[in-house]
Design a protein around this ligand. Structure first.
Ligand code: GLY
Length: 375
């Protein structure tokens, strides 16, 4: 396969992002309005995506050593301290927030304050573990209403937060963090992954007894459907658990979900919000494509030799399709990736979302051997 396009895309990203970061340095973006980044961090510092801008900056810094990215990344990380001090804003998404910011910073510079932030976040994440049900509680109750109604909820996305626990376990030489991460991963394997390889989004356990109660419809089309970003979190999350533990059952699970995902990819290679959504209205989600591609590129490193190519080639097809059809290369527009969707039943669909940009960049960096491995 001719890979010359990857180098071109890499150069276009570097050229565009330098301008984007210069004009948005005081924000923590989530989406764009008329091509201009909003500042989600300014109005909602505890929002789960607030680490991805930092992640982009660390990837850009790692590739270029341009001090602009270092300065802005550290400013972003410090702003997140307001979240660390807000208990209601601390949920299971600490991995998404502090791996691409504080842990990345600590890896690159050895900064002690960054290490402290990340360890505080890991402590909080570990404290969400329900030892009877062996799962990490996903969310706090909305509006701080502590009636316990979400105490038994776990979601597949949490697989991506486990690396914060693996990191803390290694950093502190304290296996408790790893035990918790593995117990959650085993529960997820048992209850989230269906026979056909698809993954459920939300599960409700009895928080008192730990008993599995039922699954709940989430950001996909319906209960029992196949939300593509959830499939992507499972693919990437399980292979990350394999990378950190070397337990082959996690690699096998990641491959099982990836095989299911591959079997559903439409001819266009553009990924819908849900593989089981109706023909109309049919919405797209480029984030699912980018995240699944990142996961498959990791699987390709560890899969048996006769399976490596399928994951590598599929990932490349997904990323090339985004680069050709779903990237906005206009340097006056802030976002890169288009047609991202947060949830099927939300009022808005197919807009820009910061983690679409993040995972697209991460995938290109993987292909260029330029990645700062964040997870
Ligand atoms: N973790 C929430 C989402 O993927 O939308």
């Amino acid at each position: 396969m001719d890979m010359g396009w990857v180098n071109e895309v890499y150069e276009k990203i570097l050229s565009k992002e330098k301008k984007v970061v210069e004009r948005n340095r005081n924000k923590i973006p989530y989406t764009t309005n008329d091509g201009v980044f909003d500042d989600r961090g300014g109005r909602e510092i505890c929002w789960w995506t607030n680490g991805f801008w930092g992640g982009m900056l660390w990837q850009l810094y790692h590739a270029t050593h341009d001090p602009l990215y270092l300065e802005v990344a550290i400013e972003n990380e410090v702003k997140l301290d307001a979240n660390l001090m807000n208990r209601q804003g601390m949920d299971h998404d600490s991995g998404f927030k502090w791996m691409p910011t504080a842990v990345a910073h600590y890896h690159v510079t050895g900064d002690k304050a960054a290490r402290n932030r990340a360890l505080l976040a890991a402590d909080n994440l570990a404290s969400r573990f329900n030892p009877v049900g062996k799962f990490i509680r996903a969310w706090n109750n909305w509006d701080g209403n502590e009636d316990g109604s979400f105490a038994g909820r776990a979601i597949i996305d949490c697989m991506m937060n486990l690396p914060l626990l693996y990191w803390a376990g290694a950093e502190l030489h304290d296996p408790r963090f790893v035990h918790i991460a593995k117990m959650h991963a085993d529960t997820a394997m048992q209850h989230f992954i269906r026979e056909d390889g698809s993954a459920k989004h939300i599960i409700e356990f009895d928080a008192q007894t730990g008993e599995y109660l039922h699954s709940v419809g989430g950001q996909g089309y319906a209960h029992g459907s196949s939300w593509t970003r959830g499939q992507a979190w499972a693919i990437y999350g399980f292979v990350l658990s394999y990378i950190h533990t070397k337990e082959t059952r996690y690699l096998e699970t990641s491959m099982k979900v990836a095989d299911y995902f591959i079997s559903c990819i439409p001819e266009s290679k553009l990924i819908p919000v849900d593989f089981r959504q109706p023909e109309k209205p049919a919405y797209e989600d480029s984030t699912a494509a980018a995240i699944a591609a990142c996961g498959m590129l990791e699987i390709a490193k560890y899969a048996p030799d006769d399976r490596k190519e399928i994951y590598q080639d599929t990932a490349i097809e997904l990323i090339k399709t985004i680069a050709d059809k779903r990237c906005n290369w206009d340097e006056t527009i802030d976002n890169l990736v288009e047609k991202c969707t947060a949830a099927y039943h939300d009022p808005d669909h197919e807009f820009s979302i910061i983690y679409g940009d993040y995972y697209f960049i991460e995938a290109i960096w993987k292909l260029m051997d330029k990645e700062l491995f964040i997870w």
